[in-house]
Ligand binder design. Structure first.
Ligand code: SF4
Length: 102
């Protein structure tokens, strides 16, 4: 194998690894134990919201119906304006919920 070919393979491999790492970061799911998530009472399933602590919660409120969620039709997870670099669950909820305009 000549030198140029070896360099090309090394560079292509490095670019692939970087792209894969970026993709993994972009798709990381927000964990309920994340300090900011916990402070806002984030849960992966709105049915598990702490209604004693957050009496404003309603079962119809979900991340996919929230103005801060960036969901496209059918997505299970998507970005949220509040949690940069993490994706929230379509069925999720937090106390910063803002009803999306119809
Ligand atoms: Fe879900 Fe909205 Fe809270 Fe983001 S702000 S976690 S989309 S309820």
């Amino acid at each position: 194998m000549n030198r140029e070919r070896r360099v090309f393979i090394l560079v292509a491999g490095a670019i692939s690894a970087t792209a894969a790492a970026s993709l993994a970061r972009a798709q990381a799911h927000l964990e309920e134990k994340d300090p900011q998530a916990a402070a806002l009472g984030y849960v992966e399933d709105t049915a598990r919201a702490d209604e004693k602590k957050f009496p404003q919660h309603a079962a119809s409120q979900t991340c996919e119906r929230c103005a801060l969620g960036q969901f496209k039709t059918g997505e299970s997870y998507a970005n949220c304006t509040l949690f940069a670099g993490k994706q929230v669950s379509a069925k999720g909820w937090c106390s910063a919920f803002v009803k999306r305009a119809a």
